[in-house]
Design a protein around this ligand. Structure first.
Ligand code: ZN
Length: 237
């Protein structure tokens, strides 16, 4: 439900989402949308009052998000010749015009074809799409390799665009992976694949779970740390 409240310094629009949370959560989304997650029993006028009261904080959240996005873009240039890491190896980006988005690696060049190669936003979108496709292929390969070794069967596999999570698995045995893993060294991707598959046996991070992971990858600790330290460098802005 869309709401608009008058507050000091101008009105604030927000989208109200009823959730199962026990408390109220304010969230700033890219593009300027403010979301309020609230339990079903919370009254609209109380929520309006809360948004009004926290107007300053909401504006600050948006300003912070915008500057984070800007910083991320600066850290991940997508100009002609920019360095793009794929499976841990650096490639020089070449942007080519073409009707359909496609990505091809030739020598140390990453050839990205897309409809409007001058438009930076579209280049980011196209890269993300092409790399997600590649991520899905690689992850499927790795799953086919490790699942029989662990003696597990998995459900659906999906690629997600998440800021901090590398992978997750559901009680229905479906697996989700972050597309940015395709930019990391292959061992880091293997580690996350093994980690999620092991959760199909142990739904926790117990010593037993880690023994399973180590059984497939004795050096898992190194890649776990690598992702913690370098994860933020992955992505295209
Ligand atoms: Zn885990």
């Amino acid at each position: 439900m869309k709401r608009s409240v008058r507050a000091a310094g101008g009105s604030i629009d927000y989208v109200l989402i009823r959730s199962r949370r026990g408390d109220v959560l304010l969230k700033a989304l890219p593009g300027g949308e403010t979301r309020v997650y609230a339990p079903g029993w919370a009254r609209i006028r109380d929520l309006d009052a809360l948004v009004c009261e926290r107007a300053e904080e909401i504006r600050r959240m948006h300003a912070e998000l915008e500057s984070n996005i800007a910083r991320n873009r600066l850290a991940h240039p997508v100009e002609e010749g920019s360095r793009i890491c794929i499976e841990g190896a650096p490639y020089a980006l070449k942007r080519l015009p073409g009707a359909r988005v496609s990505l091809r690696l030739a020598g140390d060049a990453c050839l990205l074809t897309l409809p409007e190669p001058e438009d930076e936003e579209r280049v980011r979108e196209a890269l993300k799409r092409a790399l997600s496709q590649l991520a899905l292929e690689r992850i499927r390969e790795r799953l086919q390799y490790y699942a029989p070794r662990l003696g597990v069967e998995f459900g659906r596999v999906a690629i997600r665009d998440q800021r901090t999570r590398w992978g997750s698995c559901s009680s229905k045995r479906n697996l989700n992976f972050n597309w940015k893993l395709i930019m990391a060294p292959p061992e880091a991707l293997n580690y996350v694949v093994i980690h999620e598959l092991c959760h199909l046996i142990e739904f926790n991070h117990s010593p037993r779970f880690w023994r399973l992971v180590e059984g497939q990858m004795p050096e898992c600790e190194f890649w776990k740390k690598w992702l913690k330290e370098h994860g933020k460098e992955l992505g295209v802005g």
